[in-house]
Design a protein around this ligand. Structure first.
Ligand code: HAM
Length: 426
């Protein structure tokens, strides 16, 4: 068959009804969780100033260097970007709307599509869905721990119950400089041992070398200095606090000295949560996040300490499917309306509306004319109560109610129909 001319753009996908049963389940679960934990929903625009991401995510990150969709505007003003992530827009909104004058912390959650021009592969899309939350205006380590706990518990509730949290601290403005120097020295001493990407990153964003997946690089990196050995007293205590809270709640975690994350705004805690799935099922990292105490300063305002996470919905759905977790199906219809003849069709349409107003879920097959075909559809849908309206009934403002199990039929006036059906459904 000839290839269709118009298809979804590379790396983008339709969320079809068979996917929606999982997307719906995730929506319902996160709404319940974020409400319980005292978060309020925020939606920011899909488009933001590209400069917002250049400054916050960082010009030497993959996202800004290679993955942003940039749009020129008709007015020729500063370019806009399809949002590649949600944290910078939320900090922008916090500052723009003066949320610093509200009781702190401000707790916000979000859910929507994001865009990164990545090389498409399993678990990596160019338009993907995330949900996430941000706690703004609080510097305490208990916030970091609770952020991790929320992400972990949501995944657990979605049937992904053996996740592992990897956690690290990447220090702050006080101590990261020292570490960076030590790391650069180490990278220089091994300069011929790394892949091309790492050699480039060693100059532009040395910390990112740490999370290279290339096996040869990994071997060399095992000897690299570790940031935990360079943390200042405050950062050390902060990390200790987070880990103690996690232990208290028995959240399984491992300290991963190579975890640095691909966004520049992080300070102190960074973490990722992964499900142990095999490679065929796609990327294992379901959620990632951390603390970003310097982001507000980068955007030109006084320090607003903050922490949050985001989770990738497609990746979660992949795991839910692999583990045969049930999605959310819409509730079945209770009543089937069948009609014979043009007048009955008109009355049938009005009856359908009446049932909707009465809160009785009904279905029909208005475009079919044969009663046999309509009853057979009701049978297929396993609906026991069928309303039949023909020309004769329509003229008398009556309907026939048929019990599909017993085959018994009785006539009632349209005005008493809802009451009669409610009694039968009880
Ligand atoms: P991130 O690690 O870039 O963090 O993305 C979070 C999650 O989104 C990932 O763990 C992954 O599940 C999913 N994800 C990312 N890129 C893709 C893609 N191309 N295709 C499919 N899924 C993807 C952030 O976005 C930060 N804003 C998280 C955060 C919130 N940090 C603090 N607060």
């Amino acid at each position: 068959m000839a290839k269709l001319k118009y298809q979804t753009p590379t790396g983008m996908h339709d969320v079809l009804p068979q996917d929606q049963i999982y997307f719906q389940k995730i929506s319902k679960t996160i709404e319940k969780f974020f409400d319980f934990y005292g978060f309020e929903r925020i939606d920011t625009p899909i488009l933001e100033s590209a400069e917002l991401f250049n400054r916050s995510v960082g010009i030497n990150t993959d996202i800004v260097e290679k993955e942003m969709y940039i749009l020129k505007t008709r007015e020729g003003k500063d370019p806009l970007a399809l949002r590649p992530e949600g944290t910078a827009p939320i900090m922008r909104a916090y500052l723009e709307h003066g949320f610093n004058t509200y009781p702190q912390p401000v707790k916000l959650w979000y859910h929507g599509p994001f865009f990164r021009h990545e090389r498409p592969q399993a678990g990596r899309y160019r338009q993907f869905w995330q949900f996430g939350c941000e706690v703004l205006g609080d510097k305490e380590s208990i916030v970091d721990a609770q952020t991790i706990i929320i992400a972990y518990n949501i995944l657990n509730d979605l049937g992904i119950n053996n996740c592992l949290v990897r956690i690290n601290s990447i220090g702050d403005e006080n101590c990261r400089g020292e570490y960076r120097k030590a790391l650069i020295k180490f990278l220089k001493s091994k300069k011929n041992s790394f892949c091309r990407d790492c050699t480039r990153r060693a100059k532009t964003n040395p910390l990112r070398v740490l999370d290279c997946k290339n096996e040869k690089c990994r071997e060399v990196l095992n000897e690299a200095p570790q940031i935990v050995d360079y943390l200042c007293e405050d950062c050390k205590n902060h990390l200790k606090g987070v880990l103690e809270y996690l232990e208290e709640l028995k959240i399984p975690f491992t300290l991963d000295p190579f975890l640095v994350r691909g966004l520049d705004y992080y300070t102190r805690t960074v973490f990722e949560i992964e499900a142990p799935i095999n490679e065929e099922e796609g990327e294992g990292v379901l959620a990632g996040g951390g603390r970003y105490d310097i982001l507000s300063k980068v955007l030109g305002k006084a320090n607003i300490p903050a922490c949050g996470f985001a989770a990738g919905i497609e990746r979660i759905v992949t795991v839910m499917r692999a583990r045969k977790v049930e999605g959310v199906y819409s509730s079945p219809s209770k009543v089937f309306i069948s009609q014979i003849g043009p007048l009955a069709k008109k009355k049938g349409l009005a009856i359908f509306e009446e049932l909707r107003k009465a809160g009785i879920k009904a279905t029909e097959s208005f475009s079919r004319d044969s009663l046999k075909a309509q009853l057979s559809k009701a049978n297929k849908l396993n609906i026991h109560t069928v309303i039949i309206i023909g020309q004769k009934e329509a003229l008398k403002d009556m309907v026939i109610i048929r019990d599909m199990e017993t085959g018994k039929q009785s006539e009632v006036g349209i005005k008493d129909m809802v009451k009669e059906i409610k009694t039968r459904l009880r």
